[in-house]
Design a protein around this ligand. Structure first.
Ligand SMILES: [Zn+2]
Length: 308
């Protein structure tokens, strides 16, 4: 197995190549170390292999030069390589599990559990800050937002600097950023673009946020685009799951305001019979929604952001 080289050597360098962090997975990596010392920023993408805006943004970061930065930039642009190749939604094809629900993982578990364990035990502790890039998967539309571990002020500050209009305090087990926070690394999870789409505008939006964080950490001079003057809207997110299998008809669009009791959508059978009506238990705005016509019981239908 080929492991990740040291993050800090004291020498300006670029290393590109492939790692084999666990026996059945091979992933690309890049390390760009500047000639001057500074913090180490870890950037991952492709936890979800079809969120292409985040992956393309990370791929472009691999082209940074040592003379452009202080400290070290470590990029793992496609963690779920088989998911990327097969254009799978949410899961790693090797075990059918959502890597972003498997943290902190297990050393003797299935593929996604072992990959999560490797990140938590061998990668996160060597970073000073962590960005896990995401976006709406092939079946989701969303308005740009940044998740941060609730109760972590340093992560909240990174979410503010990143500059997307909405920042979501997220708790719970299983997620990349919460696992990194628990080993002491300020971490955020920005999401830009939806339905797996990527383009110059959305890649630029994600890249601008990364540059703001690098400037905030003292790794680069001025970012190309400074943070917007107003701070993000801080929210918590309520996510109703589908109560039954069927066809999903959303009644709301992303960014639309909703009140408690509003109909968010219906799940029908193929003959038009309404199997379930989903009403909002929160007042707020729609942050993302399932765009797939097909829905299975237990799947997330949408997210409602409630200001706090
Ligand atoms: Zn994702």
């Amino acid at each position: 197995m080929k492991t990740l080289p040291p993050f800090r050597t004291g020498q300006a360098r670029v290393e590109h190549g492939y790692l084999q962090p666990i026996s059945d997975v091979e992933i690309p990596f890049g390390i760009i170390e500047g000639s001057e010392p500074g913090p180490c920023l870890l950037v991952t993408a492709g936890v979800h292999g079809s969120e292409f805006c985040s992956i393309e943004t990370a791929i472009r970061l691999l082209q940074m030069k040592p003379e452009q930065i202080k400290g070290t930039l470590v990029v793992l642009p496609i963690l779920n390589v088989q998911g990327f190749r097969k254009r799978s939604i949410y899961v790693m094809p090797e075990d059918g599990k959502n890597l972003n629900r498997m943290f902190p993982g297990r050393p003797d578990g299935t593929t996604s559990e072992r990959l999560a364990n490797w990140l938590v035990s061998s990668v996160y502790p060597n970073a000073d800050a962590y960005l896990d890039l995401h976006g709406g998967d092939l079946d989701e539309s969303l308005t740009p937002f940044t998740l941060f571990p609730s109760n972590c002020e340093k992560s909240k500050a990174l979410a503010t600097v990143f500059g997307l209009p909405i920042a979501i305090a997220a708790g719970g087990e299983g997620y990349t950023i919460n696992a990194a926070y628990k080993v002491g690394v300020p971490s955020i999870l920005p999401e830009v673009s939806g339905n797996g789409l990527w383009g110059e505008d959305t890649v630029a939006e994600m890249t601008a946020g990364i540059e703001r964080v690098m400037h905030y950490l003292g790794m680069i001079p001025e970012p190309a685009k400074p943070s917007p003057p107003e701070s993000p809207l801080f929210v918590t997110m309520w996510v109703p799951p589908a109560p039954v299998d069927g066809l999903w008809y959303s009644a709301k669009e992303i960014s639309e305001a909703v009140a408690i009791g509003d109909v968010l959508g219906e799940i029908k059978d193929p003959f038009g019979k309404v199997l379930a009506t989903i009403r909002s238990e929160k007042a707020g705005i729609i942050l993302y929604r399932l765009t797939s016509l097909s829905v299975n019981s237990g799947e997330a239908l949408l997210g409602v952001g409630t200001p706090y």
